[in-house]
Design a protein around this ligand. Structure first.
Ligand code: U2F
Length: 452
């Protein structure tokens, strides 16, 4: 008897930062496109609860979730991600084995779609002789620095003082990074945690990615042309598929999911008058900067919506909440895509996480950037100096005066900034339209995944 054709797609979602949700959004589209395939979505229990809990009834029945052990000891301390990565290779393999290990189970697997951080899935896919789609969740520029880590290390030899004195040198020897300075680089390349487990992991990630059958990204072709052109020659297939926000909003973003009433509050504000403040899911402002930002917002008189975790509200200056109650709205979580899409929002004060940058561009909103780590400094540089759709904080941190200056700069040049970001938004819309580059790339992806 002929054995059944493989019809399972193994999806591996990295459980920290905003990695799992965009991958889930992509897989949801694929699952609807290919109803006869089963998509097995692996992540940690906490990450799965967040993704599948948020998505509620919006989950095609051919997506099944499976938990990967997070490797966290009961009374652990320190950042969970760094503990997770210590045992992730073994724990991910065990989770896949528990579903596909016995009785010819692996023969059911026809393809892997994996967060690029799981570099070891490349070996698994090659051993099984099936394609791997590597999904990079951060910015294309930051992927470039992972691909060229060895070249950067060879080209920039540092003395005992590290990058001190050389912070403003340009990385102009890498395609598309000609305006990126040494100071903008992500950690684990020539500074920041070198030799850590995370740095070792990221180095392996950079080496593994070109072996994938395709590399998928949440961006659009016109945004980063030189970087993407370079990827064309490095990857078997380079698939820009975004912006995801223009294709499908996070399923959480329905009226039900605005329990704090941000949108109703925005309805009462003047068009393009409000500053929306959020620093994503990982970064936390140091207390002195939190206070400086609050003082700057207060003194400027600009109305604001601030996504601020409850535990941080006590760090706001005394009396701030009362004094700004008529023009400030502070909530622990917002429906961000809808907030940015609201006519009242005039500027996004952001950490420059890649999802936030894409959401701001697709909403046509200029940015004030206060990056923290990873790809965020590069994204800030792209926003301010390459795309010219926003500004970074002077010296990279919030001060009261700096905040006021940036707000003033954005609101006084709003027309020009909106024109620029609007042009990018136009390209983004074209990309996801009929016959646009992201639409064509999605069809290519579906072909790779569905191919017999
Ligand atoms: C890590 O980024 P973060 O998760 O910190 O930030 P983003 O990539 O900007 O994603 C935040 C998401 O959370 C949503 C928002 C984004 O989709 O719409 N959100 C919301 O809905 N409501 C809120 O009140 C606050 C946020 C990492 F730190 C970055 O450097 C990487 O670029 C990123 C992707 O790899 O992951």
């Amino acid at each position: 008897m002929a054995s059944k054709k493989p019809n399972h797609v193994v999806v591996m979602a990295f459980p920290y930062g905003t990695h799992a949700m965009p991958l889930f959004n992509l897989v949801r589209r694929l699952a609807m496109e290919a109803p006869t395939l089963t998509f097995s979505f692996f992540s940690t229990s906490k990450s799965n609860q967040s993704v599948f809990g948020t998505s509620k009834n919006d989950i095609p029945s051919n997506i099944k979730s499976y938990d990967v052990d997070d490797g966290l000891p009961k009374d652990h301390t320190g950042p969970e991600m760094f503990i997770f990565i210590k045992s992730m290779v073994e724990n991910c393999r065990n989770a896949i084995d528990s579903v596909y290990g016995g009785g010819g189970g692996a023969e059911k697997i026809k393809c892997f779609i994996s967060d690029s951080f799981f570099y070891f899935i490349t070996d698994m896919a090659e051993q099984l002789g099936v394609p791997l789609i590597s999904f990079w969740t951060a910015s294309p520029c930051s992927l470039s620095t992972r691909l060229y880590t060895d070249l950067i290390r060879q080209s920039i030899t540092l003395g005992p003082n590290g990058i001190e004195g050389r912070e403003d040198e340009l990385i102009d020897f890498i395609p598309g990074l000609s305006l990126i300075r040494i100071r903008d680089l992500p950690e684990c390349i020539i500074f920041g945690g070198l030799g850590s487990d995370y740095a070792v992991m990221l180095h392996k990630v950079g080496l593994a990615i070109p072996r994938a059958a395709a590399v998928a990204m949440n961006t659009f072709a016109e945004l980063d042309l030189p970087v993407l052109e370079d990827f064309e020659s490095k990857f078997q297939k380079c698939l820009t598929l975004g912006p995801f926000t223009l294709i499908s909003q996070n399923p959480s973003h329905t009226q039900d999911d605005d329990p704090h009433g941000c949108l109703a509050w925005l309805d009462k504000q003047k068009p393009t008058s409000v500053a929306y403040v959020s620093f994503g899911t990982v970064a936390t402002l140091p207390p002195n900067e939190l206070a400086a930002l609050a003082e700057g917002l207060e003194e400027s008189g600009v109305p604001f919506v601030w996504s601020l975790k409850d535990r941080l509200v006590s760090q706001l200056p005394n009396g701030f909440l009362e004094r700004t109650s008529t023009r400030g709205f502070i909530v622990p979580w917002t429906p961000q895509q809808q907030v940015l899409g609201h006519d009242a929002v005039g500027v996004f004060v952001t950490h420059c996480g890649w999802n936030s940058v894409m959401e701001s561009i697709t909403a046509g909103v200029p940015m004030i950037c206060r990056p923290f780590f990873g790809d965020q400094r590069m994204n800030c540089r792209m926003v301010s100096d390459v795309w010219e759709i926003g500004t970074g904080m002077k010296d990279g941190v919030f001060t009261k005066d700096g905040t006021m200056e940036c707000l003033d700069m954005i609101f006084s040049r709003q027309e020009r900034l909106r024109e620029k970001v609007g042009a990018l938004r136009g390209f983004a819309k074209q990309a996801v339209g009929p016959n646009g580059s992201s639409t064509r790339n999605f069809n290519t992806l579906a072909q790779i995944v569905c191919k017999d």
